[in-house]
Design a protein around this ligand. Structure first.
Ligand SMILES: NC(=O)c1ccc[n+]([C@@H]2O[C@H](COP(=O)([O-])OP(=O)(O)OC[C@H]3O[C@@H](n4cnc5c(N)ncnc54)[C@H](O)[C@@H]3O)[C@@H](O)[C@H]2O)c1
Length: 482
């Protein structure tokens, strides 16, 4: 059993103030494979005082010093990427190939993207052409509390830690207690990268204790949170007392609009496989597939066939199969929602409740597709966070846009069509932070985040760095030519 019970505070691995352990479960066999500690407010206090002290000197380091650190971190990350993939696969069930090529690799991609951003970011500039005696300066916000979920553990951690530190902030990371081992490895990497003590701190724990203590802490200037809308609201309320800056990346129920003029076979197959990727546990998964009625029947056939062809398997085995869900709680939630879909009258065309054939343990679920869903059904409204696709027919472009926008979320939206005029028109009407056309991928430097209840702020690239900066206007600046 792996023991990772210490926290990383002020450049050292130290025991928690009060011993309280938690077993980390491998969802593939339901067995504990590691132990961590659950921290308390006293550990948060220690981390905050280390981060406050470190902020004094880190906040005034040069861009070059911070770039040099990022390059060192990248080198360490690349040498330990296989360890990272194994940790992610064991803690949240991503198949090892996907854990390496997508989960762990997202860390490398984001570090590289922030190196590009930091090289070019203008931390200071004149107000405009007309007024050069007003100087605009972007300065680090201060001590940042970072809270991350289990579904894309390293993607989320790197999207916060790296821009915060690149901006000159100091941080306290609290990863998900369900998938904390990848973050312990990340802390080991930071330790090896030669960052001054106190700039990066790791405290493990759960939401109501460590997460809440961070959100309330007067010594923390900003909370950057990724997770459920429920917990995001709790963080925002707790942070309000001290008027912290709060950045939120929350849930989604993203529409994928398939018009009759799309390359149907490719569009539907791609849409289904995107929903099933990471066992449906992605905030931007295109879980509502809206299909133009003239091709709807054909689309349901293609989707059912794609779901039935999706293999489910042990994450430790090499291959392109789908792994289990992360936890028993998530398994029960997904089972309940599949049953709810059947009860509310949606037509099950692939998968369904229960484990796939041949599995009697592990949190494996069946790749599931519902047809004839209407947008008022629970499975069209709630984020399921499992491999469950809801197919909804539509008649006109206007109706498609209306259904797409009829959700409290606004994270991503997808359009499949061969008509570029239509694509431009529809993409502008969708109330979502990200629109992806005909399978285009989202660049690592592009802003990631949502409208409405999908969050506040953007991660990634220029926007991700700016999230950790305050803006200062200095009037009466004499030499403001550059
Ligand atoms: N928009 C995005 O960028 C994005 C990315 C990944 C995941 N997500 C969302 O994350 C959710 C799944 O992750 P999850 O189940 O780990 O979410 P969660 O909200 O249960 O937990 C996320 C994190 O918040 C902490 N937390 C829980 N309650 C808290 C509280 N009261 N105060 C402070 N912290 C608290 C948890 O310990 C964990 O570290 C989904 O809703 C998904 O859509 C969003």
């Amino acid at each position: 059993m792996l023991r990772k019970t210490d926290f990383y505070i002020n450049g050292k691995w130290i025991a928690p103030a009060v011993a309280k352990e938690l077993e980390v479960i491998n969802p593939a066999d339901e067995q504990a494979f590691a132990v961590i500690s659950l921290g308390s407010a006293a550990d948060v206090d220690k981390a905050v005082s280390a981060a406050r002290k470190a902020f004094i000197s880190w906040s005034i380091t040069s861009r070059e010093e911070r770039l040099a650190w990022l390059e060192r971190l990248l080198a360490v990350y690349e040498t330990r990427i296989a360890d990272m993939a194994t940790a992610i696969s064991s803690e949240m069930g991503a198949p090892i190939k996907m854990a390496l090529d997508e989960q762990a690799a997202s860390g490398t991609a984001h570090i590289k993207a922030f190196i590009r951003t930091l090289k070019n970011f203008k931390f200071e500039r004149p107000l405009d052409e007309r007024n050069k005696t007003t100087r605009i300066a972007y300065e680090p916000i201060g001590v940042c509390g970072l809270i991350t979920p289990w579904n894309w553990p390293m993607n989320q951690v790197v999207l916060k830690v790296v821009p915060a530190i690149a901006a000159g902030c100091t941080v306290i990371l609290k990863p998900s207690e369900i998938a904390p081992i990848s973050s312990v490895i990340f802390a080991e990497m930071v330790d090896a990268s030669g960052l001054p003590a106190g700039v990066f701190n790791l405290v493990n724990g759960d939401g109501p204790s460590v997460g809440e203590a961070m959100s309330r802490h007067p010594g923390i200037d900003m909370m950057s949170f990724t997770g459920s809308t429920r917990a995001g609201v709790a963080v925002t309320k707790a942070a309000a007392e001290t008027v912290k800056r709060v950045s939120l990346e929350l849930g989604g129920k993203s529409p994928n609009i398939v018009f009759a003029d799309a390359d149907l076979e490719a569009a539907i197959t791609r849409g289904v496989s995107h929903v099933f990727n990471n066992t449906g546990q992605s905030c931007n998964a295109p879980t509502r597939m809206l299909v133009e009625r003239s091709v709807y029947d054909k689309a349901t056939e293609i989707a059912a066939a794609a779901a039935k062809a999706t293999k489910v398997g042990d994450p430790s085995q090499d291959g392109d199969h789908m792994g289990p869900l992360v936890s028993e709680m998530q398994f029960n939630k997904v089972q309940g929602l599949i049953e709810q879909g059947i009860k509310e009258g949606a037509r099950l065309i692939a998968g369904g409740a229960g484990r796939p054939e041949g599995f009697n343990r592990g949190y494996y679920v069946r790749p599931t597709v519902f047809a004839d869903v209407n947008n008022d059904m629970t499975i069209a409204r709630e984020e399921i966070f499992g491999p469950v696709l809801a197919m909804i027919p539509f008649d006109t472009e206007e109706e498609a846009v209306e259904i797409a926008n009829d959700t409290p979320y606004g994270l991503a939206a997808y359009i499949q069509s061969g008509d570029s005029e239509r694509i431009r028109r529809v993409s502008k009407q969708l109330r979502a932070g990200m629109v992806r056309i005909n399978g285009a991928s989202h660049a690592a430097d592009a802003p990631f985040g949502g409208y409405k209840q999908s969050g506040i702020g953007r991660e990634g690239g220029h926007w991700g760095l700016e999230d950790f900066l305050e803006v200062k206007a200095i009037s009466g600046w004499e030499d403001s030519a550059a």
